[in-house]
Design a protein around this ligand. Structure first.
Ligand SMILES: *Cc1c(COP(=O)(O)O)cnc(C)c1O
Length: 398
């Protein structure tokens, strides 16, 4: 079969990392592709299409309203902006100048100040708000939040993600309880979560999801929640939202992906993923210096991954050198490497295409065998790898 990537001179990359912007997010589901191509050749009234999106979002998220924007990061900026402007359209046009507003501070737990390809605090500051960290990296208590809320507080942001610190912080129910007791709206960033209902049911005023992640929509962000705060966020489309504009194809693509997601039978997906994990675990069990463990998703999404621990002295290669080796060649395999300096990476089966699991299995085996036979062990400093993105940017497009 003809592969567009070959025509473009792009490598046939295998995504064992999860849903990553840098790898093209996800494989769009057929329903989203059909929706995009059906609407691209037509004029539509975008406002009406967004109302249809609102009804779809209400249904699938069991909430009052919603709209589609460019990304979850954009949705966060717009949601924050809405908490400062309300429906004052003059204020909407003045952003990001917030000097005349009485409320322009946004609270977020220090352990939630993540980077999802860009710093989350920047998505908040883009609206003109200032960020007030609550607690410390691994500790936040009710008193930290209570004490941080002032008459200048516009909103509080809560992040659900494997990127956040997973212990020692305030849980959503308590975060909502304290914020609401002081009249502060809560925005939940749940961009990568399968659960479209529970954060809103727990009291979030607005919840953000990425249409291009697990749902397989076109690139877009879904802003869902109570009608008034969602309306205020939507109003930003005549202001700072302009640069975060989303086209008809992405709006309808998100609608189609949400509808498909609500109807999807997940059991066959799960079974296929589990068989991939078992296959890779068998390859690793036969080799010295590596150990594999199947782990549940840290935020409770219904999927499991294979964690590959590498002992560099026995395997004669470090975890990051192994990951780098896998990412070379005609079928580069990209692994989930957020914690790779700890000596392990994860293999995520959820985005594999037909038959790619066998390529992953054989490349794993071959690479480990080659490391054992090599004259010299591969133990490069992990800092080289950490600094590579910055190096690449300073030479782009070379
Ligand atoms: C992926 C992700 C984002 C960014 O989502 P985009 O839609 O790509 O902007 C934001 N927050 C979290 C928690 C994420 O996982």
């Amino acid at each position: 079969m003809n592969d567009i990537r070959t025509d473009l001179g792009l490598r046939l990359v295998i995504n064992a990392a999860g849903t990553m912007t840098a790898l093209g997010a996800s494989i769009a589901v057929p329903q989203a592709i059909d929706a995009a191509s059906a609407i691209l050749g037509q004029f539509v009234e975008i406002g009406e299409l967004q109302k249809l999106a609102s009804r779809t979002i209400s249904d699938v998220c069991d909430t009052e309203a919603g709209f589609v924007t460019a990304s979850s990061a954009a949705g966060l900026t717009l949601a924050v902006a809405g908490t400062m402007t309300g429906i004052d359209l003059g204020a909407v046009e003045r952003l990001p100048d917030t000097s005349a507003f009485s409320k322009s501070q946004v609270l977020i737990q220090s352990g939630h100040l993540i980077n999802y390809g860009a710093p989350i605090e920047q998505s908040i500051r883009l609206a003109g708000a200032s960020v007030v960290p609550v607690g410390q990296a691994t500790t936040a208590r009710r008193y930290h939040l209570e004490s941080a809320i002032t008459e200048r507080t516009a909103a509080a942001v809560y992040v659900v993600s494997h990127h956040t610190v997973q212990y020692g912080l305030i849980e959503l129910a308590e975060f909502v309880e304290v914020s609401h007791a002081h009249g502060v709206p809560v925005i939940v960033d749940a961009a990568s979560e399968y659960d479209l209902k529970s954060f809103l049911a727990a009291g979030a005023d607005i919840c953000l999801y990425s249409a291009h992640k697990f749902m397989g929509g076109l690139t877009a962000g879904i802003v869902a929640g109570r009608v008034v705060p969602v309306r205020h966020a939507y109003a930003q489309n005549i202001g700072i939202g302009r640069g975060m504009k989303v086209g008809k194809e992405s709006i309808y693509g998100a609608i189609a992906a949400m509808r498909a997601w609500a109807r999807r039978d997940h059991a066959p997906d799960r079974a296929r993923q589990e068989s991939h994990l078992a296959l890779w675990a068998r390859v690793l069990a036969e080799r010295p210096g590596v150990r594999a463990e199947i782990l549940p998703d840290p935020t409770g999404n219904p999927l499991r991954r294979l964690r590959v621990f590498v002992s560099p002295d026995t395997a004669r290669i470090t975890a990051w050198d192994l990951a780098d080796s896998l990412s070379t060649g005609e079928r580069p395999i990209i692994v989930r490497d957020d914690e790779i300096d700890e000596g392990y990476f994860d293999l995520d089966p959820c985005n594999l295409q037909e038959e790619e699991e066998h390529v992953v299995a054989s490349r794993l085996g071959e690479t480990l065998d080659a490391a054992l036979k090599a004259n010299l062990p591969r133990h490069t400093p992990v800092s080289d790898r950490h600094n590579r993105t910055a190096m690449a940017l300073s030479h782009w497009p070379d």
